[in-house]
Design a binder for this molecule. Structure first.
Ligand SMILES: Cc1cc2nc3c(=O)[nH]c(=O)nc-3n(C[C@H](O)[C@H](O)[C@H](O)COP(=O)(O)OP(=O)(O)OC[C@H]3O[C@@H](n4cnc5c(N)ncnc54)[C@H](O)[C@@H]3O)c2cc1C
Length: 326
């Protein structure tokens, strides 16, 4: 038997999460399919520790807390979450039901689809050092989730990017020792003042260097750089750029514009019943921001509700009079 949903949201970034909350507000049976093992999208991936100042009503909140809040908001509506699954194709059957096929061949059935999958999926470039993989997630990390984890620890940041400088400076004063290893002779995508701050900090800079070896058994204890320098190390943080696997929305049968999906004012895509919100959507004067994704999520969900029932109200007028699941 097909488990048919009113709306299936592709992508569990901030836009997809907020869409899941809002479709719950409209009493729609909702599913979220997310490729990563956990939700949060770009905010969790790129800047969980950074403070975000431009979301209405939140004068300053870390990326991590923002994701936690919007996840909690989504969960209050009890949608079905499917993580670690990548949607590979969408097909609209003759009976109007959408069949979403994941890369591993699973099928998901839905009356409408809300695309909130940004520009596609992304993974960090891995550290390419022999025998290092076994420390991934334990002592080798690709994002700072929790600064306190590094308190009084010896940390090596591997990066030639501003992200690496930001991490190093955030760790200064928390970690016992911070080194930054840059395989180039300069930092990329940086402002001059970032480099000046780094140079006047206590972070030890190793330019034109790479890690040649990692040492340790169950626990990594040290590394050797390509000039023979030996460093004791508790943690390595790596930011060597991203591998982006762009969503091929045109292969899903949708009209696209430079890889994104043009939408009408109701956030509808070129296939009736498919709606788009967040970074995946494009229209004149579009901004790619968390707040615009939230607003578009509301519009897309309202349009999906109207698509399902043309007599449905255009919007939820007040959350006070509306049933909210506790
Ligand atoms: C470094 C940086 C700093 C930023 N700072 C700010 C800021 O201060 N304030 C602000 O408002 N905005 C900021 N932004 C922009 C903001 O992060 C984005 O606008 C926002 O994250 C977009 O959210 P989204 O949910 O639309 O897309 P995403 O966050 O990209 O989420 C899309 C999700 O869909 C998943 N996905 C993709 N394809 C598939 C598939 N086929 N199947 C299943 N899942 C899939 C992805 O894994 C991902 O989790 C910043 C962006 C960056 C990169």
């Amino acid at each position: 038997m097909e488990d048919l949903y009113d709306v299936t949201i592709i992508g569990g970034g901030t836009t997809g999460l907020y869409s899941a909350f809002y479709s719950g507000m409209r009493d729609m049976k909702t599913k979220v399919v997310e490729y990563q093992p956990s939700v949060g999208g770009k905010v969790s991936f790129f800047y969980p520790e950074k403070k975000v100042y431009d979301v209405g009503g939140l004068p300053g909140i870390t990326g991590e807390d923002l994701v936690q809040n919007v996840t909690e908001q989504a969960e209050s509506m009890e949608p079905t979450f499917v993580t670690g699954m990548k949607v590979a194709s969408i097909e609209k059957r003759e009976d109007g039901v959408f069949v979403l096929m994941t890369e591993n061949g699973e099928e998901h059935f839905s009356k409408t689809v809300l695309i909130a999958s940004g520009l596609g999926t992304f993974e960090m470039q891995p550290l390419k050092v022999k025998n290092s993989k076994r420390y991934d997630g334990k002592q080798i990390h690709y994002t700072i989730q929790n600064l306190e984890q590094y308190r009084d620890q010896k940390v090596v940041v591997v990066s030639q990017n501003r992200v690496g400088i930001d991490w190093s400076l955030a760790l200064e004063g928390v970690a016992e020792e911070v080194h930054i290893v840059n395989r180039s002779d300069e930092f990329k995508a940086v402002y001059e003042q970032d480099v000046e701050k780094l140079e006047s900090s206590s972070v030890r800079i190793h330019k034109e260097r790479e890690i040649n070896e990692v040492h340790g058994d169950d626990r990594m204890t040290g590394i050797v750089l390509d000039d023979g320098t030996v460093l004791d190390v508790d943690h390595i943080l790596v930011y060597e750029g991203l591998q982006i696997d762009k969503s091929l929305y045109d292969e899903w049968g949708l009209e696209t514009d430079k890889g994104r999906i043009p939408v009408t004012t109701d956030m509808g895509a070129s296939i009736p019943g498919v709606f788009v919100a967040g970074d995946a959507a494009v229209y004149p004067s579009k901004t790619m921001l968390i707040g615009s994704g939230f607003n578009e999520a509301m519009a897309a969900v309202n349009s999906a509700a109207k698509y399902l029932d043309p007599k449905a109200k255009a919007q939820v007028y007040s959350t006070v009079i509306y049933k909210h699941k506790e």
